[in-house]
Design a protein around this ligand. Structure first.
Ligand code: FES
Ligand SMILES: [Fe+2]
Length: 423
């Protein structure tokens, strides 16, 4: 990718072209459980390069405001969350979730004129989402399938990934890597084992791609050899601007990610497992909480993975040599994170050498770049209508004569009516 396009895609701070595009969507900000009750301690949140503060007011409403007090710029992180607002500890100025100054003790007459930046929030799918764009353009809240299922049917985690969102998200639309870095753990991980898919993924390391541009983004059809009369298809959905839906593995829960910029060199990797129609089994839920599958273990008290760039992702050379792990890094999530972080905080896109198996990545970049250009011309971004986000991934064996994109029109057309397709 040329340097100019890369600059457009990776910079997401206020006023940047990609920053403007992303601010037209609801932004996943933090877990609801990080601000568990009214008047609980506030939490610092950095999103799209902006330093913000989340808190839950006395009525239980979540708020996301700029971190710093309008008076002298002290951090409201040190403030007191009390009686309907957050009060700066320095001189007592107090703000509500809408950023209005409720009290300014030394000059009360000025209070009505003072505001700090505040973004509207909604809670959905165990996540507090914020809308950081122009007020008159606010879309309806997201309706991805996992957002709408019962809480017992879903598990949501997040981890800090120390690289730009784009190189992280590109791992989510690149099915080829599953045949390599994840190959030895497909059969042992509690959320991947016993899936027939594993056999095909391991046997055929050169998926052939067929990619369709769709209103929500891209549907990516990755074809591998299946049985003698069939192909094995992994069908991934990429939904504007940062959602990926992972093709399922056998009987296990469906999986999804969101890749949200913290700033240009860090992102939140959100990880979701869910069933549309039944609770997660207890043993799988326990495994997710222990960091298996697409989740991870943490440095205690943080969302930084225990295996991170500072400790070389705890790479285990004997596990690598003995065939317990392809790269020596443990667990799907950190296998991905380690390789993506190893590219550097912001990958040098001018030095890569893309090949046909990278077609999905190329198309996603083109669509993002086009959406940025369109927005500058006044054309509305894709997939703002939440109905268009109601799509599903699939993992399926199809007769060799069947065209997967034609099959998907019915099988993945109305997810309310169709079963989950998974092998
Ligand atoms: S700096 Fe916040 S009240 Fe003075
Ligand atoms: Fe992966």
């Amino acid at each position: 990718m040329d340097k100019d396009t890369a600059e457009i895609l990776i910079r997401t701070g206020p006023g940047t072209p990609m920053g403007k595009l992303m601010r037209r969507y609801w932004v996943p900000a933090l877990l609801c459980s990080e601000i568990p009750e009214p008047d609980c301690p506030p939490v610092r949140v950095k999103l799209l390069g902006e330093r913000l503060l989340a808190f839950r007011d006395t009525q239980g409403r979540p708020g996301l405001v700029e971190e710093f007090c309008a008076h002298r710029g002290a951090s409201l992180f040190l403030g007191r969350n009390e009686e309907g607002g957050i009060r700066c500890s320095y001189h007592g100025w107090k703000y509500d979730i809408n950023g209005r100054c409720l009290e300014l003790p030394s000059a009360p007459q000025i209070a009505p004129k003072v505001r700090i930046k505040a973004y509207p929030c909604v809670e959905r799918g165990d996540i507090v989402w914020a809308y950081m764009g122009p007020a008159e353009r606010r879309p309806e809240p997201p309706e991805l399938e996992w957002c709408l299922v019962l809480p017992s049917h879903r598990y949501v985690s997040k981890r800090l990934q120390q690289c730009g969102y784009l190189q992280a998200m590109e791992g989510g639309i690149d099915t080829t890597h599953a045949s390599w870095v994840h190959r030895y753990e497909l059969d042992t991980d509690p959320m991947h084992k016993q899936a027939a898919a594993n056999k095909y993924i391991k046997a055929d390391r050169n998926a052939v791609f067929d990619i369709e541009e769709v209103p929500h983004g891209l549907t990516i059809f990755g074809r591998r050899n299946g049985e003698p009369d069939s192909y094995y298809w992994r069908i991934t959905q990429w939904v504007f601007p940062w959602y990926t839906l992972i093709p399922p593995f056998g009987p296990h829960a469906l999986g999804a990610h969101i890749w949200v910029p913290v700033d240009d060199a860090n992102c939140w990797a959100w990880n979701i497992n869910f069933f549309p129609d039944k609770p997660l089994p207890e043993d799988e839920l326990r495994a997710m909480k222990e960091g298996k599958g697409i989740h991870c273990r943490y440095v205690p008290g943080t969302f930084v993975p225990a295996a991170n760039p500072d400790n070389d992702w705890l790479v285990d050379r004997s596990a690598q040599k003995n065939g317990r792990s392809f790269s020596g890094v443990e667990g799907f999530a950190i296998q991905d994170a380690s390789l993506q972080e190893s590219m550097g905080p912001i990958q040098d896109y001018s030095r890569e050498s893309l090949v046909p198996t990278d077609k999905a990545i190329v198309m996603a970049r083109r669509r993002l770049a086009r959406a940025v250009q369109d927005l500058e011309k006044g054309i509305e971004p894709p997939a703002l209508d939440p109905g268009s986000q109601r799509v599903r991934s699939a993992s399926v064996l199809l007769d060799r004569s069947i065209k997967a994109h034609e099959w998907s029109r019915t099988a993945l057309g109305d997810i309310q009516k169709e079963p989950i397709y998974t092998v």
